[in-house]
Design a protein around this ligand. Structure first.
Ligand code: HAX
Length: 419
């Protein structure tokens, strides 16, 4: 059904782009300074992204809806929204869930691949290698080799995307079970939704934890097209590589400490505070702890953002969840106190453009509370969620004919002599 909904919408999206190009194709959208060419291309408008955007004062918008207004949706519903621009009705949702259930079988070689990695391999390495190995499942590659027309690219990109999304919960949960030293994987439960099933296969029981996974896998789903993971995946996909390989490029970006790995740093910071004071500290103690850290030229993890200039609404959703479900937990108490103290400390400090908490400031403490204490694993959760956005972006890029990515690079000599 989702294929049909997209097939109906895509011609209009193609027309919209055609008319933008016809009416405004030669208009200028910005200028590029020398500093930007050396500065990671920050702020340069060089891409379009239809699935989401990030507003400094509202945070993440999925198809123009603030994330705070849709954080109650199941991740499958968010995927439908990312792809089509609409929230599915119950029939559309159950059809999509059926599509995923039909594709849920993980090929047995994937387990051999994961289990043959050296002991102690990072969970993100395990995830990347697992999905990379599944390129042989790619319908996109099969059909490309058979000479499919360009107009069919998106259909097989979607087919592969659905296969990846359908199998990821079991693969990711299997990686977790291996990491915690359990030989047994837990069977898929056909009656559960995508995130609920993932929680179940991790082996952490309880409805609250399932709800936390639904929230976590919802709010990390997408963040525009220019962040490291999306941009890497979209670039690889633009070469018409298999979506399996393109996704892995993004996972490898997420595995970096300046991107998806930041989450575990934030929890480490909170646990360091707990271990230092051997209890939840007073406000004055916490303030002094933060100032001491800043005076050593170290950042306060979980605070600040390159684009946002308000408390990240995804942080707000996690805090709401924590306040509802968690009582008398020292770690979460520290997270709450930090929110009271850090913004004014950072404002007084005067460096950070945004003194407010980002998405990573609270989520780790919630995972920790429910017993998910394998820090190295946290980026796998992020990857599961981000797959929804990246798959959507790859499908839409193929649908509207976005070509091979190829920004121009120049030499420093050229800048010296020609600018
Ligand atoms: N604590 C102390 N100083 C901070 C700070 C913080 N939380 N956030 C920013 N600053 C400092 C910067 O280090 C920078 O200092 P210098 O001029 O000495 O280099 C200055 O303030 C200006 O930085 P900025 O323009 O406000 O922020 P950037 O766009 O450069 O960086 C970061 C954004 C998120 C990387 C930054 O705020 C930071 O390091 N925060 C702490 C780490 C963190 O929480 N990372 C998670 C990010 C969420 C995410 O995207 N996850 O995927």
């Amino acid at each position: 059904m989702i294929q049909k909904v997209l097939a109906d919408k895509i011609p209009q999206w193609q027309e919209d782009i055609k008319s933008n190009l016809k009416d405004k194709g030669d208009k200028v959208v910005g200028e590029v300074t020398v500093a930007q060419t050396y500065g990671g291309m920050r702020g340069i408008i060089g891409l379009t992204c239809e699935t989401s955007s990030v507003s400094p004062d509202k945070g993440l918008m999925i198809r123009e809806r603030p994330i705070s207004e849709i954080s109650h949706l199941l991740p499958e519903e968010v995927f439908y929204l990312l792809l089509t621009g609409e929230i599915p009705n119950s029939e559309e949702l159950s059809s999509l869930q059926g599509e995923l259930k039909n594709r849920r079988k993980v090929p047995s070689y994937v387990w051999n691949v994961i289990e043959s990695l050296p002991e102690g391999s990072h969970p993100m390495t395990m995830l990347s290698v697992a999905v990379q190995s599944m390129r042989s499942e790619s319908r996109f590659v099969d059909n490309y080799n058979l000479g499919m027309p360009k107009s069919d690219y998106w259909k097989y990109a979607l087919e592969d995307g659905l296969k990846i999304i359908a199998t990821l919960p079991e693969i990711a949960a299997g990686i977790y079970r291996l990491r915690i030293g359990s030989k047994n994987r837990i069977d898929y439960d056909i009656d559960l939704d995508w995130a609920g099933n993932f929680a179940h296969m991790l082996g952490i029981e309880g409805e609250d934890f399932k709800d936390l996974m639904r929230l976590f896998l919802n709010v990390h789903c997408d963040h525009g097209g220019g962040n490291v993971s999306a941009f890497s995946s979209l670039t690889v996909a633009s070469a018409l590589s298999s979506p399996f390989l393109a996704l892995v490029a993004g996972y490898n970006g997420l595995a970096g400490p300046l991107h998806g790995l930041a989450n575990q740093e934030c929890l480490k910071f909170v646990l360091d505070i707990r271990n230092h004071f051997k209890k939840a500290p007073s406000d004055d103690e916490l303030k002094k702890y933060c100032w001491d850290r800043l005076s050593q030229n170290r950042v306060i993890p979980g605070y600040g953002h390159a684009v946002l200039r308000c408390p990240d609404p995804r942080f707000v959703s996690f805090m709401k969840f924590g306040k509802k479900h968690i009582k008398n937990d020292e770690t979460f108490e520290i997270v709450k106190s930090l929110f009271e103290i850090v913004p004014s400390v950072l404002e007084e400090h005067g460096k950070a453009k945004n003194p407010w908490p980002n998405v990573d400031a609270a989520s780790g403490s919630l995972l920790y509370y429910y017993g998910l204490k394998e820090f190295n694993y946290y980026t796998v959760l992020f990857s599961l969620s981000r797959t929804l956005g990246i798959v959507s972006q790859i499908v839409l890029n193929r649908a509207v004919g976005i070509p091979l990515m190829r920004p121009k690079a120049v030499t420093s000599k050229w800048i010296k002599n020609s600018v």
